[in-house]
Design a protein around this ligand. Structure first.
Ligand SMILES: *[C@@H]1O[C@H](CO)[C@@H](O)[C@H](O)[C@H]1NC(C)=O
Ligand SMILES: *[C@@H]1O[C@H](CO)[C@@H](O)[C@H](O)[C@H]1NC(C)=O
Length: 392
């Protein structure tokens, strides 16, 4: 190939796949990658060719501006044609920071980004999640913050975005993820998940989650899967999963459980509510029970449920048996039957005896008669004797 033909091919390619400054296109992944060190904002929709469906912003460190003089970050995306998306890929935005890069975001930075169905923020130290910062995304199949940290959150940080299992994407998930990202405050803002009533899967893993409010998940009535693995909290509030009837699986690996009789409820509660618990139910403290199974702690340290509690019945405990009211009625009936049978048996015996002694007394008359006969005969003998003794 001559140099000229190479230049012609390059010229044709750059006309077909034009790009904003700092951006390049990988057709094998349908991915436009824009480098924050090289771009010149705004990233104008009209300068992307082909029309973007997946955008990766990389080497980000600082603000994604929402207006002049340095921005906005995106412009013209209200013209995007979602009808011409390739159905093999979810429309996606990935924001990836430089290592130790900070991220400053505001709601307006994402104007006209409602076409995005999967949003990922990677390796960013997010200084703040302001009120409704993600609301311009609307419905999302997957929301994920992976790596980095989250310095500040408010109760309405996630309000306005709706994470739900979307059927328009190749991999419907309805997934809310915060993973390997450090919650600097050690927890979520009060009520931060109340807006996510359509989420089906929540993953908050290795996120420095130290404190959990009792009602943190109560609004998540469609949640089937929850992972809280590898967090430093030491117990869960006792009513945490109460009323979340959709829940089928809870992952609790790597939790340093502070074993007390009230804290060790999750394994047995989850089991009795048909929820699979995956994870090592092992105490982190007290020292004497470090790395010892919760179930052993329970057996050795805690009052065990009596027979009625085990059977989930109301009644009276008799040794290791639970006597319910029904049992007691049954036993009473059985006892009454027994007593009646005894009485009946007694009557039968008594009657038989009476009949028997009546017969006896009739039969007693005969030997008496015989005796008197003998006596009579002896009298006869006497008479004979008497007769013999009669002097002739
Ligand atoms: C959840 O989904 C329903 C039905 O699609 C919708 O009406 C509702 O607004 C959604 N909830 C939120 C918080 O967006
Ligand atoms: C658990 O599942 C069993 C068997 O499917 C069922 O009988 C029982 O009612 C379920 N318990 C709860 C609390 O849902």
């Amino acid at each position: 190939m001559s140099l000229i033909s190479v230049l012609v091919v390059l010229a044709v390619c750059s006309r077909v796949y034009g790009n904003p400054q700092g951006c390049s296109y990988d057709s094998s992944q349908l991915l436009h990658t824009c480098n924050a060190r090289a771009w010149s904002l705004p990233l104008a929709f009209g300068t992307f060719s082909p029309q973007p469906q997946r955008i990766l912003l990389r080497e980000v460190d600082g603000e994604l501006p929402n207006g002049t003089p340095t921005g906005p970050t995106f412009s013209g995306f209200s013209s995007i044609s979602t009808a011409s998306f390739d159905s093999n890929y979810a429309p996606e935005l990935i924001i990836r920071c430089t290592s130790n890069g900070q991220l400053i975001i505001t709601q307006a930075a994402f104007a006209d980004m409602g076409w995005v169905e999967e949003l990922t923020i990677e390796d960013c130290d997010i200084l703040s999640l302001p009120v409704q910062v993600f609301s311009n995304f609307g419905n999302l199949n997957r929301f994920a913050i992976i790596g980095g940290s989250i310095d500040a959150m408010v109760g309405d940080s996630f309000t306005g975005m709706n994470v739900e299992k979307m059927t328009t994407v190749p991999d419907p998930r309805g997934e809310f993820v915060i993973k390997n990202s450090r919650l600097v405050s050690g927890g979520f803002a009060f009520g931060a998940l109340f807006s996510q009533s359509n989420v089906t899967s929540v993953i908050i893993e290795n996120a420095n989650l130290k404190s959990i409010q009792t009602d943190m998940f109560y609004a998540l009535q469609k949640m089937t899967y929850l992972s809280l693995s590898n967090n430093p909290f030491t117990y869960l509030p006792t009513d945490l999963f109460k009323g979340i009837n959709s829940l089928t699986t809870v992952e609790l690996y790597g939790i340093p459980w502070a074993c007390t009789c009230t804290n060790i409820w999750p394994p047995s509660w989850l089991e009795s509510n048909n929820i699979t618990m995956n994870g090592d139910a092992v105490c982190g403290s007290p020292t004497a029970y470090e790395n010892v199974k919760m179930s052993l702690y329970d057996k050795e340290q805690c009052p065990q449920p009596d027979a009625c509690e085990k059977a989930g019945q109301t009644g009276f405990v008799v040794g290791s048996i639970c006597m319910t009211i029904l049992d007691i009625v049954n036993y009473a009936l059985l006892f009454a039957t027994f007593v009646l049978s005894l009485v009946a048996l007694g009557l039968v015996i008594h009657t038989k005896r009476q009949v028997g002694s009546a017969k006896d007394s009739k039969q007693k008359g005969k030997p008496n008669a015989k005796g008197s006969g003998l006596r009579r005969s002896s009298t006869s003998w006497n008479k004979v004797d008497d007769a013999q003794n009669v002097p002739t």
